[in-house]
Ligand binder design. Structure first.
Ligand code: ACM
Length: 679
């Protein structure tokens, strides 16, 4: 017999999966992202022994290459093939039809990519080769959005090309098609650029492994041969290999070269590109300096030669703009170009770079700050500070990708902080990632058409190891994939969670580290129901106002009975960058036995415990007596998220209770509390 191909066995070998019980049957209702249309039929398909063969009609050969790389063999005679694939147009379409009958598997798609995705659906149904019987069915499927991306911060921690290729495999299984590589940032430059060797001789290495140690230390760079040098970079050969590997799996690798901010490492290697002209001073390129355009255009030329991606990401986020207003060259540029302010100066630079990238036939993508001072006409906005900037860009006629941090920053903690690894902060459980709807009903027509899709980001400051990185991606990337691919009316969290639990098992068997969804703890219990206490509903007089940025419920927030969840950013914690100093009016003199408030610390987000809390009581609101003090005993050196109740017991009557929380002395430190409880 000709059937020597080893589809199943090959995938088992590739993924090193122990075979599951022969009796289990793979079903289309387990697939993530949920397909558009599924019709089940009677009967099962049994994989032939030892395995199955494929035949492809049409296409450009990429899929055949992929299948053969998995040690499958191609049947020259289509009548003998077990999997019959027909690619009718080769038009880039990602849509497909997959029909499983008792005797054959038939795949049709207008494009190579669609046929590839039919294979991925099949891989999920077979649990990557460990299930030998499949439910007969027809799946007709197509993506909702053309762009479905995952971001990798390889600057904060360099990841090997093997790590990236392993994630490309998982992305393919999830029908994600864009890998955004954040190749440059203060923590390290990660790409060989022939014309500027110091970028990889110096700016790719630092003397500390842990980002926190480096960031809180001297933030210096070193050469590769220095003792303890930590870092790395991709050679051009590495990138070609990654790009090719991704291409075979319908994934485009999008390079990001940061500008004008987050560029400390470049300016350490080439100080003349900064406003001060000195290393270790500036974070932003000097826009008054013509040589930065020469530098960036030379770098981008090499990048464009290396990456076939239509999209070239130029960062654009969080420039400090600190040096520009004082810099004579920047001032001259603003004068000569009639630029009103530093925002327009930034916009001038982005426009120039956009024109350059466009002259090479490519399209610029930038984080939403590129809108400041005027958006370049052809630029794609990657909207991270909520969806609003992206929607505004779409309304202006630009295209956008939504990656709002509140839903898609997978570096945020995914479960109760006490059981999770230290993170940058936040609280982003799977269900919240899943709940994001990119296009509310109010956005329609051409505005809606300008949405390219969605992306999740994983910034790696606190994610040193590869296994920790995988833990942050999976299963939350499943939720992103389903929002990016599936129609909204097909989405259902309970069903998704069931499928996610199974896919987690599959990924674990394939050697990925994932969050253990089955053991999810969930929300902070205190936040689940309103708290009853003596001061609930009482008037709060602010001796120092709270921050307009984090008002929670405003003037009533601290006595509304509503406790915060795991993160200060959930609109239930009230924030201030000053002391918290409030007086609560109980309306009349009442017995007071307890006064307390919970504070939160998340050092990664500059949120600190108060140094001390003083509690005073008064009958008339003018003369106060100190009733108690509570001191901080939580170290401020760890980024671990902590909660602490500062309280005092008393035994008296009072109408007014004043609580004064003294903030951490660090400049820029925040103080957050959710409720002042009096009993
Ligand atoms: C960003 O998170 N600064 C894009």
């Amino acid at each position: 017999m000709y059937r020597i191909a080893t589809y199943i066995i090959a995938l088992i070998i590739l993924a090193d999966i122990p075979a599951l019980a022969e009796t289990s049957t793979g079903t289309p209702t387990d697939i993530i992202p949920v397909p558009q249309h599924i019709e089940t039929a009677d009967g099962v398909y049994s994989w032939p022994e030892p395995t199955a063969t494929f035949h492809i009609d049409g296409g450009n050969g990429t899929l055949a290459e992929y299948l053969k790389a998995d040690s499958l063999s191609e049947a020259t005679d289509e009548n003998r093939a077990d999997i019959l694939i027909s690619i009718t147009e080769d038009d880039g379409s990602e849509a497909y039809t997959l029909t499983i009958t008792p005797g054959k598997i038939i795949i049709t798609s207008p494009g190579e990519a669609g046929a590839f995705y039919a294979i991925q659906s099949l891989r999920q149904m077979t649990r990557c080769g460990s299930v030998r019987q499949l439910q007969c069915c027809t799946i007709a499927d197509a993506p909702r959005f053309t762009y479905r991306g995952l971001h990798f911060d390889v600057s904060r921690h360099f990841r090997s090309k093997e790590f990236l290729m392993k994630q490309i495999d998982a992305m393919a299984l999830l029908k994600l098609n864009s890998m955004h590589l954040h190749l440059t940032d203060a923590a390290g430059w990660r790409l060989q650029i022939d014309r500027y060797p110091r970028l990889t001789e110096l700016a790719a290495w630092r003397p500390y492994k842990r980002w926190e140690d480096w960031w809180n230390g001297d933030r210096s760079y070193c050469t590769q041969d220095a003792p303890g040098a930590y870092g790395g970079y991709y050679t051009k050969a590495d990138i070609r290999q990654i790009v090719e590997y991704a291409h075979t799996r319908n994934i485009t690798v999008i390079p990001e070269i940061e500008m004008p901010g987050h560029s400390e490492e470049v300016l350490a290697a080439y100080p003349s590109l900064s406003c001060s002209g000195k290393p270790y001073v500036d974070a932003d390129f000097c826009i008054g300096n013509d040589s930065i355009f020469t530098f960036l255009e030379n770098v981008l030329t090499e990048v464009i030669d290396l990456f076939p991606s239509q999209y070239i990401h130029i960062g654009g986020d969080e420039a400090t703009k600190k040096g520009w207003a004082q810099c004579p060259k920047c001032k001259l540029r603003m004068e000569q170009e009639g630029l009103a302010d530093v925002d327009e100066l930034q916009s001038y630079m982005i426009h120039r770079i956009e024109q350059f990238v466009q002259s090479k036939g490519r399209t610029v993508v930038g984080f939403d700050e590129i809108m400041q001072g005027g958006l370049a006409p052809g630029a794609v906005v990657m909207s991270w500070r909520g969806s609003e900037p992206g929607i505004e860009a779409m309304e202006q006629g630009n295209q956008a990708i939504l990656n709002p941090n509140a839903y898609y920053y997978l570096d945020y903690t995914q479960d109760a902080p006490f059981k999770e690894p230290v993170s940058i902060g936040g609280y982003l459980p799977l269900e919240k990632v899943y709940s994001f709807e990119p296009l509310p009903d109010s956005i329609t027509g051409t505005t809606a058409q300008n949405l390219l899709g969605v992306q999740a980001n994983v910034w790696a400051e606190y994610i040193t190891d590869d296994s920790h990185a995988e833990y942050m991606y999976y299963p939350r990337a499943f939720a992103l994939a389903e929002t990016g691919w599936s129609q909204p009316d097909k989405k259902d969290y309970a069903d998704f969670r069931r499928r996610a639990l199974a896919l987690i098992e599959q990924l674990r068997l394939m050697g990925y580290n994932t969050f253990d969804l089955a053991q999810e703890y969930g929300d902070r219990k205190e936040s689940n129901q309103p708290l009853r206490h003596l001061a609930r509903g009482a008037k709060v007089i602010y001796n120092i106002p709270y921050s307009r940025q984090y008002p929670a419920a405003g003037d009533s927030a601290l006595t509304d009975g509503v406790c915060g969840g795991w993160t200060y950013g959930d609109n239930r914690w009230q924030g201030t960058m000053r002391d918290l100093d409030v007086t609560i009016d109980l309306g009349s003199a009442k017995p007071v036995r307890y006064v307390g408030a919970t504070f939160l610390q998340s050092v990664g987000a500059w949120v600190y415990m108060p140094r001390r809390v003083d509690i005073y009581l008064s009958d008339d609101g003018e003369h106060f007596t100190l009733a108690g003090q509570a001191w901080c005993d939580v170290p401020d050196t760890s980024a671990e998220i902590r909660y602490k109740v500062y309280s005092t017991l008393c035994d008296t009557t009072a109408r007014y209770v004043r609580l004064h929380a003294i903030k951490h002395p660090r400049h820029g430190a925040w103080l957050f509390t959710d409720e002042i409880v009096i009993n």
